[in-house]
Design a binder for this molecule. Structure first.
Ligand code: SF4
Length: 347
């Protein structure tokens, strides 16, 4: 447990967290909506500081990031707790854990909330395994931003790079706090209606759109942005909604890669279908029709639609199968046929 930095004091021991767009006001003894930022004696503490619930080395394609050092391994870290309550969450065992015992004297808990992974150990582990990328992922990293910040800071000092896999609910306080430490981000744009966000995720769409706009219109490569939409049939797969997303992204920057991924029954949505390949192909076509240059299909076997092509001449540049790169391009960052530069972080 460590005192948070992204919050402010109100009165009578009440504090306000500034890390995400819930802007929770938290009374002594209580915690914010994420469950892991807790007011203990008038100060806000991060219960999971130095406690990761999941640490793995994944291919970066699994985040998914396809235009960021393709084929590299990335040390991926997540904790318990989350500011979203997505009914379809695929990591719900950790993300939806919020209630745990807290000792009223020390503020510590005896409930299992993660293994001991202080920032130094995470960065040392990356180094030991020859990995130069770290991902803050699995649950929403903004809710454990002080832990992510301190790890990212040490990583940058080693010359490593950091990426967030986020639901996009950050505040400008969070962006400022992470300034200079983040190199890439994948934001989940989970739907395109306030109703979907309210009913299915317990949050709001508007701040997510504002954050995508904010990151997408900055001069790249300050923070490289890719966007993912998990398609849930009957919930967010109408033509209007998919076209709305594609148009929105293309209006910000047609170079933003859009990942369309298949959902499966999980957590509170055990009644949904596995997203059909046809639905994904429909979304893929819509993305292309609306002018997005890089659209990718994920969570299904579709090498054709998960590979990268030259946006000018159509030459195959990077071939993928599932999350594996099976053919790397001949000239890094550009088309070997027509010389077109491909946007992304390549070295
Ligand atoms: S990070 Fe947690 S405590 Fe802070 S505003 Fe968001 S949900 Fe509330």
């Amino acid at each position: 447990m460590k005192e948070c930095e992204v919050y402010r004091n109100l009165k009578d021991g009440i504090v306000q967290c500034l890390a995400c767009h819930h802007f929770c006001t938290v009374r002594p003894g209580e915690s914010g909506k994420c469950g892991i930022r807790r007011n203990f004696r008038g100060k806000l503490y991060l219960a999971v500081y130095g406690k990761a619930a999941a640490v793995h080395i994944d291919p970066i394609e699994k985040k998914p990031l396809y235009h960021f050092l393709p084929g590299e391994g990335i040390l991926s870290i997540g904790t318990v707790g989350c500011n979203f309550r997505c009914q379809f969450c695929q990591n719900w065992e950790i993300s939806q854990l919020r209630e745990f015992n807290v000792d009223p004297i020390t503020g510590e808990t005896d409930t299992f909330i993660g293994y001991d992974w202080p920032p130094e150990k995470l960065v040392e582990t990356a180094e030991r395994y020859g990995v130069r990328l770290l991902a803050y992922t699995y649950n929403e990293p903004t809710v454990w931003i002080e832990y992510a910040h301190d790890t990212a800071y040490l990583a940058v000092r080693k010359g490593f790079r950091n990426v967030f896999v986020s639901s996009g609910f950050e505040t400008h306080h969070s962006w400022k706090y992470m300034e200079g430490l983040l190199h890439g981000i994948n934001i989940d744009l989970k739907g395109f209606t306030e109703k979907f966000y309210r009913d299915i995720t317990g949050t709001r769409l508007k701040p997510v759109l504002e954050n995508i706009e904010y990151l997408g219109s900055r001069i790249w490569p300050s923070i490289w942005l890719e966007v993912t939409t998990l398609i849930i049939e009957g919930y967010n797969d109408s033509e209007d909604e998919l076209r709305g997303i594609a148009k929105f992204l293309a209006s910000i920057n047609p170079d933003i890669p859009w990942h369309i991924t298949a959902a499966h029954p999980d957590y509170k949505m055990l009644h949904i279908n596995y997203t059909s390949h046809e639905t994904l192909i429909k979304a893929y076509e819509i993305g292309k029709e609306e002018g997005l240059k890089f659209v990718y299909v994920g969570n299904v076997y579709d090498p054709e639609r998960s590979s990268t092509y030259c946006p000018r001449c159509g030459a195959l540049l990077i071939k993928r199968e599932w999350y594996r790169v099976v053919e790397m391009w001949k000239k890094r960052g550009e088309c070997h046929k027509c010389g077109e530069r491909v946007p992304g972080v390549w070295e």
